[in-house]
Design a protein around this ligand. Structure first.
Ligand SMILES: Nc1ncnc2c1ncn2[C@@H]1O[C@H](COP(=O)(O)OP(=O)(O)OP(=O)(O)O)[C@@H](O)[C@H]1O
Length: 280
């Protein structure tokens, strides 16, 4: 995927200012920055949920921002989105919520009638099993904890059979223990399924622990793009626009002594990735 000079203006507010970056091979990318830096808008433009003011998102030689109708929906299926507030149907059971990820693979009539086949059920159960919540399959989504609901949302994303996963603040509403489980699951999707996962994060330590590559945004601009190791305290201060006294731990939600689960051990940086400072 090649993002080229992607820009979004809301009236006089420039939410995303001509951002460009390339993802050549599957990576786990964290996007960090203060509230209002433009992280959500960037992901939503890539997913085609928010129209861009200008710029291109090139995938397989075509600008996905020009897609319409069925082709646009196909892209949204290929590029699964996970949200802070889970976006489940609260009164539906977990299994059905997960199978909703299959809708775009069926005819309009079958989708409208929510007709699922044995294959859909099997895939949904498999995804729930992977996320460790298959025993919750018949409960209503609203009866699950926040962390469990986010795992249902990830299972739903998996049943879409996406090519890429975009997660917009997936752990912002969760307690530290649930946040760790959810980040482990996203890391595992990257490692085991070989998918690119792009994740908006508030917390620096999460980006450092889980991401190969970090993109730092400040006031709509990309001010850092490089491996997590290159994210020095000085660079963090620049991204967060903070004073010298900036205390990184203020952006932390980590559990004391917590380490990623064995399946999701701290990533090695991609060898070809160079730290670059973009802009000022
Ligand atoms: N629908 C909208 N209409 C008008 N302005 C918007 C809209 N969505 C976002 N903005 C503005 O665009 C800027 C970037 O917002 P965005 O939500 O992308 O930032 P963010 O980094 O994701 O912040 P947060 O971490 O708080 O979600 C902000 O100034 C915000 O007020």
């Amino acid at each position: 995927m090649r993002v080229e000079a992607l820009r979004k203006e809301f009236g006089s507010t420039v939410a995303v200012q001509d951002i460009s970056f390339t993802v050549d091979s599957p990576q786990m990318i964290g996007i960090i920055g203060r509230s209002g830096a433009g992280k959500s808008t960037l992901l939503r433009m890539i997913n085609h949920l928010t129209p861009a003011t200008s710029g291109r998102v090139m995938v397989d030689g075509r600008d996905i921002l020009t897609l319409k109708g069925r082709a646009r929906r196909d892209w949204q299926r290929d590029c699964a989105m996970i949200f802070q507030q889970f976006n489940l149907v609260p009164r539906l059971d977990v299994l059905t919520n997960v199978m909703l990820g299959r809708l775009n693979r069926h005819s309009t009539a079958a989708s409208l009638l929510k007709m699922f086949g044995a294959d859909d059920i099997a895939r949904a159960l498999h995804a729930l099993e992977r996320l460790g919540i298959v025993d919750q399959a018949l409960k209503r989504a609203e009866d699950l904890s926040g962390g469990q609901q986010q795992r249902v949302a990830i299972a739903r994303a998996l049943t879409q059979e996406p090519r890429m996963v975009l997660a917009d603040e997936p752990i912002a509403s969760l307690d530290p223990m649930s946040a760790q489980v959810v980040m482990d699951a996203l890391r595992q999707i990257h490692e085991r399924d070989g998918l690119t996962v792009i994740c908006n994060l508030h917390t620096l330590d999460t980006a450092r622990t889980y991401c190969d590559r970090v993109i730092g945004m400040r006031a709509g601009e990309m001010v850092f793009d490089g491996p997590a190791e290159a994210l020095t305290p000085e660079m963090a201060r620049e991204i967060y626009g903070a004073e010298q006294a900036f205390d990184e731990s203020l952006t932390s939600t980590s559990l004391p002594g917590a380490v990623p689960a064995p399946e999701a051990t701290a990533p090695q940086p991609a060898p070809a990735l160079q730290a670059v400072r973009v802009g000022t």
